[in-house]
Design a protein around this ligand. Structure first.
Ligand SMILES: Nc1ncnc2c1ncn2[C@@H]1O[C@H](COP(=O)(O)OP(=O)(O)OP(=O)(O)O)[C@@H](O)[C@H]1O
Length: 889
């Protein structure tokens, strides 16, 4: 691989010199053979992944945990006191823990890498004289790029043409204000941050558009240089995992205190130091849910995988869980609720409205269509003898409309070479171009264009005074049919730069073009599903109120959507906004800044907000929303960069399924917690109770370690694979402030913990009373403990509903996990080697029957508890005033 000499300093060269140096043509770009040749020479335009740590380092880093230190100390002390088998078991637990952690970490890393690859950036490149979208990876030095607002700059470039072009370079220089870029050469000594005629890989275009030459790709870019300097980021920590880690830390501290007390009590009672030490350690190790953080990331990761199957890529793990709590979805219209496949269906010019399939050849219609083709940033290319346009669908739709009227788009553009441009911006809602010969064209929202016009073009080609009322009336008629309307105008562009002219006025109105953008067929169903899930859906669009209302009705947002416009929004105070926003279903003519205000208003009212956006200016609102959702196809790199979730085919229905998955994930997390906590607490309490009562231990420390390690993995984790419960999307969203551990959950945990302790002691005593040896009695107690865990596991498949009635759908992992656990318990009971290590002994059939009975009993107790609570809740729900939840919609 070879790199263009970075010291060449393209900023100090003129545009011509730069192009010569790079062996390229700024207007036509490289040829196909040049691209092939350079691709071989320079390699792909990608940064090599930073060197990862070695396997050994990552394995060892797994055991850098206070808990493991406690275990290791325990193991050493046990060995010193001569308990070699026990010490070996402890060592085994440490190794197993490290391996599981290592495997989990590698899997999570691989999954995130794969997801990152799914949201690749693309770039518009001119090659052989034609513009095309290619993956940013395929760029080579000398390529000619078209950059527009919202794009990520895909390589280091020298700018050769700029229109109000501004770049956010904060990722590279830390400078937070966008930098305006120009084309003229600079003194060679200019510092990197001041080179305003170049732009660098990894920065974002915030405004305008530009043409630029690629000067460096991949590792040769400034970004590549920075990456080599900076060490890589640490492990993936998320607010949720942090919250849970905090919880388990508190729990650990509490448990260690109890363990120390137990130790002290044992010593006072005269038990041997060595025995008490291992007992205290076993208590601690048993009671600490070591598997919790791993389980949480597994549940979340499974959620991420399930969502990716449903066409949404989650960019960070906790987003999955937040999604489940969504109470309001704010969605834009074009491309998300609609297909973003625009077709011009009618043209109104020269005082009449005509069907686009049947356009008359009069000067007014022709001029309106011409404006649509030349004041247009879509790229043209010949496909099978016909012109086809690539770019923003609003713009590409204008090309075939002109063609159908017999105009040649390429010829029109050749006849009116563009000399200046004010690009479209959502705040301004119009774009304008200046052309050779002193004529300017503009297109945009009807009210914006009309505000700048005082004359209009008549059918015969003469101009007369503007009839703005008639134009507004037409706009309303089109809008009522759900059509999107663009207005066109012409003006004199002389010496002055276009940017100064766009707000000057004195324009001539040319007419309107109305386009159809059909609703996506799956959207109505998805919106209905959101409604029945208690989630409010709001449309926030830059489009006209009438069009927005009609589309809102068509997709079932409401029978008669309440509409608020951006202007109306500005009149409301921050105090009035939340109530008004709650009433409104359609927000029209809204600017990105107003979107941000809406997100804040909803959040202020206690909502969890999911918000979609596609433009560069949407990034702040996407960042602010609890879940920012960006479009994979139509959206800009800037929006994707700010979002938590990317919809691979821009479809609203994917949000609905993502919410459903999110709810499922939250459920499964609670199920796992509900199962694992009593297990741990029960284990700890068995030892605590034995020591306090001065009784012999029904289960000894190594045995606790055994139970802990096998059941956490083979039983607990299977709950991560639970299918979603039916009715997930017919219940209201979980209140945002509801904690993970509800009182009901605590009660259940207490009940099962108690059950486990009582059962272990009862079994132990019963077997001893029946003449069994201590080893046998302990073996029965352990098997019974595990059996109760299995019975309870079944019950945890649904926390609120009786399992039998709740759903017939299976969880194959559950069956596999239980199978493995039973197999291991059989070995544990009958394998002589295991008997030696774990101090167990074979037991008889009668004991197994009693064990089975205990499992069934545990299951029955929890199921009865559920039924009781359902009854109780029904009873309280029957009391007046508590019957219905307030409807959020
Ligand atoms: N390329 C363009 N050139 C000129 N005017 C445009 C262009 N695209 C859109 N407009 C005008 O600006 C208005 C707002 O467009 P914007 O892109 O902000 O929102 P939208 O695409 O209609 O809706 P949404 O926000 O739902 O995606 C449009 O209604 C149209 O009148």
């Amino acid at each position: 691989m070879q790199t263009v000499d970075a010291t060449a300093g393209f900023h100090a060269l003129t545009v011509r010199e730069s192009a010569e140096h790079l062996g390229t043509d700024p207007s036509g770009g490289l040829t196909a053979s040049q691209v092939r040749d350079r691709a071989g020479r320079y390699g792909p335009n990608a940064l090599e992944p930073p060197p990862g740590h070695g396997v050994l380092w990552r394995l060892v880093s797994q055991v850098r945990d206070p808990l493991v230190y406690v275990l290791l100390v325990a193991g050493v002390v046990t060995a010193v006191f001569g308990g070699y088998p026990d010490a070996a078991v402890i060592a085994g637990v440490v190794v197993l823990n490290a391996v599981i952690g290592y495997v989990q970490e590698s899997r999570a890393r691989r999954a995130l890498d794969a997801l990152a690859r799914m949201v690749r950036t693309h770039a518009t490149v001119v090659r052989d004289g034609l513009a095309a979208r290619v993956p940013a990876e395929d760029l080579v030095p000398g390529d000619v790029l078209e950059l527009a607002a919202g794009d990520q700059v895909p390589a280091d470039v020298r700018i050769v043409e700029a229109h109000l072009f501004e770049v956010d370079e904060s990722a590279l220089t830390g400078e937070s204000l966008p930098v305006a870029k120009t084309t003229g050469e600079l003194p060679p000594a200019t510092a990197l941050a001041d080179r305003v005629n170049t732009a660098h890989s990894g920065t974002m275009v915030t405004r305008g558009s530009a043409r630029a030459l690629v000067t460096a790709t991949g590792a040769a870019t400034q970004l590549g240089a920075v990456q080599r300097m900076v060490a890589t980021a640490g492990p993936v920590a998320t607010p949720l995992t942090r919250k849970l880690a905090g919880f388990s830390k508190q729990l650990s501290v509490g448990i260690v205190v109890i363990a120390v007390l137990t130790f002290a009590v044992g010593l006072v009672r005269g038990t041997g130091v060595a025995e008490m030490f291992t007992a205290a350690v076993a208590l601690a190790v048993g009671a600490i849910p070591e598997g919790l953080p791993a389980a949480v990331s597994i549940v979340l990761a499974i959620g991420v995988v399930r969502m990716s199957r449903r066409r949404s890529v989650v960019r960070n793990l906790p987003a999955v869980e937040t999604l489940g709590g969504t109470t309001v979805i704010c969605t834009d219209k074009t491309g998300t609720l609609t297909l973003n496949r625009m077709t011009v269906t009618a043209v109104a010019a020269g005082g009449r409205t005509v069907d686009a399939g049947n356009l008359p050849d009069d000067p007014a219609v022709r001029e309106c269509l011409t404006a649509g083709v030349v004041c247009n940033e879509a790229a043209l290319s010949r496909v099978d003898g016909l012109w086809s346009a690539q770019g923003d669908p609003t713009e590409t739709a204008l090309v075939p409309a002109a063609e159908r009227a017999g105009l040649d788009p390429a010829e029109l553009r050749a006849r009116h070479p563009r000399v200046d441009l004010v690009p479209f911006e959502p705040e301004r809602r119009l774009m304008a171009t200046a052309h050779a010969g002193g004529v300017g064209y503009a297109k945009g929202a009807v009210e914006e264009i009309l505000a700048r016009c005082d004359r209009e073009l008549r059918a015969d080609g003469s101009t007369g005074p503007l009839d703005a009322a008639a134009a507004h009336r037409l706009q309303r008629e089109f809008a009522e049919r759900g059509l999107r309307v663009l207005a066109f105008a012409r003006f004199r562009s002389g010496e002055e730069p276009l940017a100064a002219l766009v707000d000057r006025g004195g324009w001539t109105f040319l007419g309107l073009q109305a386009m159809q953008d059909p609703p996506r067929p799956e959207v109505a169903g998805a919106i209905a599903a959101c409604h029945s899930a208690g989630i409010a859906v709001k449309m926030i669009t830059g489009d006209h109120a009438g069009t927005a209302r009609a589309i809102g009705r068509a997709v079932g947002l409401a029978d008669e959507p309440v509409v608020l416009t951006g202007a109306g929004l500005d009149e409301l105070t921050d105090g009035e906004l939340p109530a008004a926003a709650a009433r409104t279903t359609v927000f029209a003519r809204v600017s990105p800044g107003q979107k941000l205000r809406l997100v804040k208003a909803f959040q202020g009212a206690g909502h969890i907000v999911a918000m979609t956006g596609d433009g560069v200016n949407d990034a702040p609102a996407l960042r602010r929303a609890d879940i920012g959702v960006a479009m994979g196809r139509g959206g800009t790199d800037a929006a994707r960069d700010a979002a938590d979730m990317v919809l691979t085919d821009d479809d609203f229905a994917a949000i609905e399924s993502a919410v459903e998955e999110g709810r499922g994930v939250f459920d499964n997390l609670r199920k796992f917690l509900a199962w694992t906590l009593p297990t741990n607490i029960g284990e700890g309490m068995v030892i605590l109770a034995a020591v306090l009562l001065g009784a012999t231990l029904p289960i000894v420390p190594v045995q606790i370690l055994w139970i802990n390690m096998t059941t956490a993995v083979f039983l607990g984790l299977t709950l991560a694979f639970e299918p979603k419960e039916p009715g997930l999307m017919t219940r209201p969203p979980r209140p945002p402030d509801r904690p993970l551990f509800t009182p009901a959950l605590f009660r259940r945990v207490g009940l099962i913990s108690l059950l486990l302790v009582v059962a272990a002691f009862a079994a132990y005593r019963w077997e001893l009373g029946g003449g069994a040896s201590v080893a046998q009695a302990r073996t029965v107690a352990i098997n019974l403990f595990v059996a109760v865990q299995i019975g309870y596991l079944f019950s945890c498949r649904s926390l609120e509903h009786p399992v039998v009635r709740a759903w017939p759908r299976g969880n194959r992992m559950l069956a596999v996990g239980i199978g493995i656990t039973v197999g291991l318990q059989v070995l544990f009971t009958y394998l002589p080697a295991m008997n030696t290590i774990f101090h167990t002994a074979p037991i008889g059939a009668g004991a197994w029957l009693r064990i089975l009975a205990a499992a069934v009993l545990a299951f029955a107790v929890v199921e009865a508890d559920k039924l009781l609570w359902i009854r109780l809740r029904r009873y309280t729900a029957g009391t007046p005033g508590t019957r219905r939840r307030p409807n959020r919609r």
